[in-house]
Design a protein around this ligand. Structure first.
Ligand code: HEC
Ligand code: HEC
Length: 210
């Protein structure tokens, strides 16, 4: 009898512990800021709809989280000449925990993806289509991306942003930091592309829809 009382007390004790822990986890989530609130800090640059400089609305949450972590650790955006990356790196550091990073990434992913709203134009999209064959092997024929390979979607991205990122991979502003598991592959892809190739590919990618 005594034994089972002890056991019962222990069981109740551990149940209370579990409940307390769950309660704690809930209240810390509730007390932390929501993704929408965290996103307020992003609005000055990315806009309320997430369509600004560069557009991030509707990017998958896994990719947004991954890039925020890459900015935070300096794998992306630490190169001295990468002024845009440096700005974003400073911003990423305002997110104080993985919970906040995940919450804001979910919010970004929930914003409707809108195909390119600002374009530099000028590239020959038909020529870009031929060059895109290589890209399709990772980014997909429709530019939808490939989560298992950590490959982001590209369809509908602003041409200037696509071109700028390819140039950054090419000139080593992106994809050269120690510990960068995914950038080097893009560096190899970007290396042989000429300025004209980049414009053509960017024009083609912009016209894709996902
Ligand atoms: C001071 C302006 C500024 C603010 C504020 C800002 N960003 Fe950025 N963000 C940028 C710039 C500029 C880039 C492009 C960086 C580059 O060229 O590599 C960028 C890039 C990104 C990217 C990478 C997009 C891609 O396709 O790879 C993500 C994701 C992102 N920002 C999310 C956020 C989130 C979430 C916030 C708010 C917590 C935020 N940004 C706040 C300027 C800003
Ligand atoms: C072998 C696979 C592979 C191939 C081929 C490839 N990519 Fe990528 N690409 C990636 C990966 C992985 C990333 C993510 C890199 C990172 O996280 O920094 C990426 C990132 C990018 C980005 C940055 C997206 C953003 O939101 O910032 C652009 C733009 C891009 N690729 C364009 C291209 C184009 C154009 C081609 C063809 C000329 C191409 N890629 C071919 C794997 C590939």
């Amino acid at each position: 009898m005594g034994m089972s009382f002890v056991r019962m007390t222990a069981a109740v004790g551990s149940l209370t512990g579990v409940l307390t822990m769950t309660g704690c986890a809930r209240s810390s989530v509730a007390a932390s800021i929501s993704g929408a609130e965290l996103f307020e800090a992003c609005v000055p640059c990315h806009g309320a709809a997430g369509l600004g400089a560069p557009a991030i609305a509707g990017l998958p949450a896994w990719y947004v989280s991954a890039q925020l972590e890459r900015f935070q650790t300096g794998v992306r955006g630490r190169h001295a000449d990468d002024s845009e990356g440096l700005r974003m790196q400073a911003m990423s550091r305002q997110l104080r925990s993985e919970i906040e990073t995940t919450a804001v990434a979910r919010h970004v992913a929930s914003l409707p993806h809108v195909s390119s709203t600002t374009a530099i134009g000028g590239g020959d999209a038909a020529a870009g289509q031929r060059a895109y064959l290589l890209c399709a092997s990772c980014h997909g024929v429709t530019g939808s991306g490939f989560e298992a390979g950590s490959v982001p979607p590209l369809a509908g991205m602003d041409d200037w942003y696509v071109a700028a990122q390819i140039r950054k991979f090419k000139n080593g502003m992106r994809g050269t930091m120690p510990g960068d598991a995914f950038g080097p592959v893009m560096r190899a892809v970007a290396a042989p592309l000429s300025a004209e190739d980049i414009k053509e590919i960017a024009a083609y990618v912009r016209a894709l829809s996902r």
